[in-house]
Write a protein that binds this ligand. Sequence first.
Ligand SMILES: NC(=O)c1ccc[n+]([C@@H]2O[C@H](COP(=O)([O-])OP(=O)(O)OC[C@H]3O[C@@H](n4cnc5c(N)ncnc54)[C@H](O)[C@@H]3O)[C@@H](O)[C@H]2O)c1
Ligand SMILES: [Zn+2]
Length: 668
Amino acid sequence: MQAIQIEMAELSEALNQHNIHYYVDDSPTIPDAEYDRLMQRLLILERENPQFISPSSPSQRVGGLALAKFDQITHLKPMLSLDNAFEQADFESFNKRITDKVGVVEYVCEPKLDGLAVSITYRNGVLERAATRGDGAVGEDITENVRTIKSIPLKLRGEGYPELVEVRGEVFMPKAAFEALNQRQIAKGDKVFVNPRNAAAGSLRQLDSKITASRALGFYAYALGVVEGEAEAMKASHYGQLQQLKVWGLPVSAEVKVCDELAKVYAYYQDILNRRSTLEYEIDGVVIKVNAIKQQVNLGFVAKAPRWAIAYKFPAQEEMTLLEAVDFQVGRTGAITPVARLQPVFVGGVTVSNATLHNADEIARLGVKVGDTVIIRRAGDVIPQIVAVVLEKRLDYACDITFPQHCPVCQSDVERIEGEAVARCTGGLFCEAQRKEAIKHFASRKALNIDGMGDKVVEQLIDKELVKSPADLFGLSASAITMLDRMAMKSATKLVAAINDAKSTTLARFLYSLGIREVGEATAANLAAYFKTLEAVRSASLEQLLAVDDVGNIVAQHINHFFAQPHNLEVVDKLIESGIHWPSIEQVDDSELSLKGQTWVLTGTLNVLNRNDAKAQLQALGAKVAGSVSKNTDCLVAGEAAGSKLAKAQELGVKVIDEQALMAILQS
Ligand SMILES: NC(=O)c1ccc[n+]([C@@H]2O[C@H](COP(=O)([O-])OP(=O)(O)OC[C@H]3O[C@@H](n4cnc5c(N)ncnc54)[C@H](O)[C@@H]3O)[C@@H](O)[C@H]2O)c1
Ligand SMILES: [Zn+2]
């Protein structure tokens, strides 16, 4: 075999394989643009070497197959494919072939809906059966599924319909329904559809029509198959046929237009391309058809497509490219987002070289590795997405994507709390990426409430590098502040005064102002009431934090991680040094406490006080209350029926008092 012949055989083999993925499994593995390139290459080789064309070449046959799990339906008239035009020159040669053969023509332009073709047979006006295109001759019986599509009439409207009519059209999934379906699939942990076409095909080709019924599918009719007892008006033009279908109650796209000059065809193409992203459904081009049926008949067919129609495709919205690396970006609230660095690729009208991978869950869902070939989708203004990995192109050296342990901006620890998708930098007060948000929050009304320190001011202070952390606010001079827009000396002086005033606050506000994740006002107030001092909150263990009202496992971890970052603590220390203060929550002047430094133990039954109250009151006097007696115990309070602890105290010579003596001490 010659090299050319081998290449042709390989291309055919690959395309046939992709046809199975696409038409049979509803799960293509390469983007359409790549499929189209392979097909174009094969077509060129076949044109140059017609002697090698195989009858089983994918260029000669409609690409589907009727699956055996469905009953089969033989179309009364074959369902064909369409020839493609990718640029204006392709359309021009199509137009020339036509006018050379039949003279001047009028075209009908229609959106090329990106769904799948179905044929619906109405007998005496009643929906009898419906089929997929299959291999063009035989399709799959999907009658029950088609009946669930609300816009398809079960009975034709009006009168004068033929005894038998095959209506051809496209079943599609509107964009909004596609997004909603994928959200539901993610929530259920089910497979996500790559694009609305696959979702439509997967939803229609179901053995259980209840599943189809649950998927919002749409339908537009665009052609007729066999018609028995044809209405006279329908013989003349394609456009007339569509109008007739509309009269019978079938939905026909409102975008269908007759264009009697080439300029109008181009204008139509451009106009609908401009509006592509605002349409409710996905389209991948414009179908241009000769309007007069007589001319259509005259032109006839080639192997798998009519000569009188062409699909003038839009630029691809899906392309494939190489994922070269993954960087991690830190957002303004500390969320760490993996960003794919791509070999630049032209898709959806722009060159794309980055795409977000969202989070670790998304990476796991895609199963993507660095070095992989991936499919990028950019539809309309939506940010580019990686929708799939082209596994057949995976290289041996593709490697797993690992999340950093430390923030790439500030080196603080990265936390990922179980059950949360997002990983975060814990250096909230210090991290450069989080600076603006941290300071805005710090100065906000419910936090330190610095009058006049609005978002705009904070942004300028940071942009001009006058401030790097909340602590720097307290070192600002009025003259420095005059460097900001619209800040004269008078307002600058006022702002400095407001900053000074803010130093006098409450522990609750201060805790809230630190911007610890999920520590809102209420939680901050609970923390303050429980721990009473900043030191106690700072050094609280997870268990101690969990004892606070309203503090669950996740919040406790956020607090713990926050105070574990030396950088955060530095800022907190500086804030306190700068003079931030608050009234003590209980007047506890340590040095004057009568029991400071002593260790007490309680045992036996107390009659007046209960054990917890006694413990709390002893602690309020500075004592530590321990659970067992040792040589370090200063005093044992022995209530009624005291046992082993009393014996131990006596043995060690520890001082022992009764409840009455305790009361005397507490009340003194
Ligand atoms: N990614 C893959 O692996 C893969 C595999 C096979 C096919 N494909 C894609 O499918 C294309 C080939 O598919 P095809 O043979 O179904 O042809 P096609 O999609 O290029 O054109 C024919 C189809 O267009 C549809 N259509 C939409 N609006 C229409 C209208 N107004 N009038 C008439 N028809 C309309 C019909 O379903 C019809 O069957 C390829 O170009 C490729 O993009 C991709
Ligand atoms: Zn950081």
